[in-house]
Design a protein around this ligand. Structure first.
Ligand code: SAH
Length: 513
């Protein structure tokens, strides 16, 4: 309310009435709105003001006076410092409600879709059975603490200070043993960690990826140089590491504490084992974690994983969904929304290693995948072969460039054939490529305008939009709906428990069919 009423470091009592975009609590003190980090909706807290603006301010919890009924005991003692789990103190059921609201609000506010309409088309949120230890990929920065001790862990929220914590509650339980082994090798062989401030030192990050269905683990050290000293000792140590020493074994985790077998993982729990050890060379002074070049020190280049009954090979540089159990549910919904009968041509834009493409291929006439990272496309082609799928083709390039090229080709081809007065009943090669269904699964920034424009011009019957950012999703849906599409179905799928991130699938149909 009154500007200048509060100052930085003031302590105020606030009742939290809402949740912000980054999971923070929102409440008012004397009419002045405060965004309170680490507060849960329903809490009454004492908060310390960290920043004052004219009409609102930021604060962080000093003390919870009356805890919300949605407040739960956080599992990780670093959750407040680490930027990873923004909503760990919130009950999982409330997290799901929050995510559903977040998507709906964005669709209303940015997309212009009325709430009553969303009530009609949105189906119930798909939550996780066990919202812990689900992430199959982790990238741990390596560095030094204030005393100069070698550590690995996580960046403290919005900084590049490393918190020494190798035991993340979202990642695979074995990551801790692997990281401790890497640190022990570094200490023994005087291998330095990278120092961001002056660009000296060697080991920057450790990437660990686990195939949850196969048990295969890939370990990749990102280094600021050509090679590691005594590489063979790292390999030897890692190969000797026993991975299931911890109390909470992966089997406990996957079966749930009450012994019930969780859906989608099957009764056979493969033993976790390292199958690939590599280094990635990154000598650039940037925030990008992985270097472009990978050198294998031992084992295979890729790990394998399974989603449903498809096998995927994943190289260190390719995108792969981080939560395999939920991914399977997500793909099943996308497939259902695509409404395939076996006659359709499907374009899967932003296809990564071809996961959605191959799921669709089994029920479509033909699938074309488009992806910008060449290694991922190579993986996609191999994955098609490995699974005996012959009706999927993949193109390297940007969706906003590949799709318009094909569209121009289709138009040209049709015109030429008309001019030549050929038999119009047979389909040309280009016409066969005309999409009945387009699936898009872009990164957070959403689809490029050119891509949306071309999709509208190509006018497939249905568009399935898989999105990890509901704000850009809403923006893009608005464009597609203004171009003649209508939202028909939608569903939120939680791939990222304890965090504010959320995945949404939407199905649109062309209105004037
Ligand atoms: N559908 C896949 C991957 C989705 S992630 C899956 O479910 O696994 C988004 C993918 O889009 C990434 O693989 C990224 O490399 C790719 N990408 C990013 N920008 C792109 C663009 N302009 N054109 C095509 N692909 C792009």
């Amino acid at each position: 309310m009154v500007q200048g009423q509060y100052r930085k470091n003031d302590i105020v009592t606030v009742t939290i009435e809402d949740i912000g975009n980054d999971g923070e609590g929102i409440g008012k003190s004397d009419g002045y709105t405060l965004f309170v980090k680490d507060a849960v909706i329903g809490d009454m807290v004492e908060a310390r003001i960290t920043k004052c603006k004219r009409n609102y301010g930021y604060a962080r919890v000093e003390k919870v006076v009356t805890p919300s009924s949605f407040r739960v005991e956080p599992k990780c003692r670093f959750h407040r410092q680490c930027g990873g789990c923004q909503i760990q103190p919130m009950s999982y059921a409330r997290q799901l409600a929050y995510k559903t609201d977040k998507v709906r609000n964005n669709l209303q506010r940015i997309g212009g879709f009325p709430m009553e309409y969303l009530d009609e088309i949105m189906e119930p949120v798909v939550g996780m059975e066990e919202p812990w230890h689900y992430r199959n990929k982790a990238q741990f920065p390596v560095g030094y603490d204030k005393e100069g001790n070698l550590i690995a862990g996580f960046y403290a929220g919005r900084t590049h200070d490393i918190i020494a914590n190798t035991d993340c509650v979202l990642g695979a339980p074995e990551n801790q043993i692997i990281l401790e082994t890497v640190l022990a090798y570094m200490r023994e062989n005087q291998v330095s960690a990278y120092r961001e401030n002056d660009g000296t030192g060697l080991v920057r990050h450790v990437l660990i990826r686990t195939g949850y269905a196969t048990g295969e683990i890939l370990v990749c050290l990102v280094i600021n140089g050509e090679r590691l000293p005594a590489e063979e000792r790292l390999v030897e140590r890692l190969r000797k590491t026993v991975l299931d020493k911890k109390e909470e074994t992966p089997a406990d985790n996957i079966h749930g504490k009450d012994g019930r077998t969780l859906e989608h993982r099957g009764p056979e729990i493969p033993r976790r084992h390292i199958v690939s050890i590599s280094v990635s060379l990154n000598r650039e002074r940037t925030n990008v974690i992985m270097g472009k070049e990978i050198r294998i020190l031992w084992g295979k280049e890729n790990i394998q994983d399974k989603i449903g009954n498809l096998v995927f090979s994943i190289s260190p540089l390719s995108f792969y969904q981080v939560n395999p159990a939920q991914t399977e549910k997500l793909y099943a919904i996308a497939l259902d929304y695509a409404g395939l009968t076996g006659k359709e041509t499907v374009w899967d834009l932003y296809c990564g290693i071809g996961t959605i493409s191959l799921f669709m291929a089994r029920q479509a006439k033909k699938v074309y995948g488009v992806e910008v990272i060449p290694q991922a496309v190579e993986d996609a082609r191999q994955n098609a072969r490995r699974n005996g799928i012959e009706n999927a083709e993949f193109y390297v390039g940007k969706a906003e460039e590949v799709l318009p090229e094909f569209y121009a080709g289709i138009q040209k081809d049709t015109t030429e054939r008309r001019i030549a007065a050929e038999d119009m009943s047979g389909e040309s090669d280009q016409e066969k490529r005309h999409p009945d269904v387009i699936v898009v699964d872009p990164p957070r920034k959403g689809c490029d305008e050119k891509c949306l424009e071309t999709m509208l011009a190509m006018r497939p019957q249905r568009i399935v939009y898989v999105s990890c950012d509901s704000a850009t999703l809403a923006r893009d849906l608005k464009v597609l709906c203004e171009g003649g599409y209508e939202l028909k179905r939608g569903r939120v799928v939680d791939q990222f428990g304890q965090t504010v991130h959320v995945e949404t699938v939407i199905m649109m149909q062309y209105q004037y069919l």
